[in-house]
Design a binder for this molecule. Structure first.
Ligand SMILES: [Zn+2]
Length: 183
């Protein structure tokens, strides 16, 4: 598995792409979430360290098949129109969630679960953002990098990139910038 794989609005993966080692994430948010094995293993370590600081996090979304992405994309187009959908969600084949290396985390606070924009100002979120690189993760769509990633800031979306995470974190670079630099 290429943990550095670049998937975005201009680099798509085929309909048939499926990660080799998908495992059940055993998330308490939802039963049937799947993730690539090493990604899950690393997230568990991040989660364990977070807990030592009193922060409870879990996975609310992981692997999504091409067909599933196709469905949620088209549902959103129907509901809110094409232009809205284009900015808010990846087209099928363009979602990192199809790699099994991307996950959306949620934060538990007093037994209540918070997701997506709700976690913006949580200390747990801030902690995850400053520590996830130690476990091979990057905040894939950071604030102030919207022009480069073509995504609005998503504080909940983490991407596993293995040992590249440390370099990206220390140099404040997105995955797109890493590939531009290599050209
Ligand atoms: Zn996501």
């Amino acid at each position: 598995m290429d943990y550095r794989i670049l998937v975005n609005k201009t680099n798509s993966i085929s309909k048939d792409f499926k990660p080799d080692y998908l495992v059940n994430a055993q998330s308490k948010y939802k039963d049937d979430i799947l993730l690539e094995e090493e990604t899950l293993h690393s997230f568990r370590k991040l989660q364990e360290e977070a807990l030592q600081f009193g922060y409870q996090i879990d996975i609310m979304s992981g692997y999504r098949s091409f067909d599933y992405q196709d469905k949620i994309y088209n549902d959103l187009v129907k509901e809110k129109g094409f232009n809205y959908a284009l900015r808010a969600i990846a087209k099928p084949g363009c979602s990192e969630h199809q790699t099994g290396l991307a996950l959306d985390f949620c934060v538990y606070d007093n037994d209540k679960c918070y997701v997506e924009h709700e976690i913006l100002n949580f200390p747990a979120t801030k902690w995850v953002h400053s520590n996830c690189h130690k476990y091979g993760f990057i905040v894939r769509y950071p604030m102030d990098k919207e022009e480069i990633t073509s995504y609005n800031y998503e504080p909940w979306h983490l991407r596993y990139v293995g040992d590249l995470a440390l370099y990206l974190y220390n140099n404040d670079k997105t995955l797109e910038e890493y590939y531009l630099e290599k050209e």
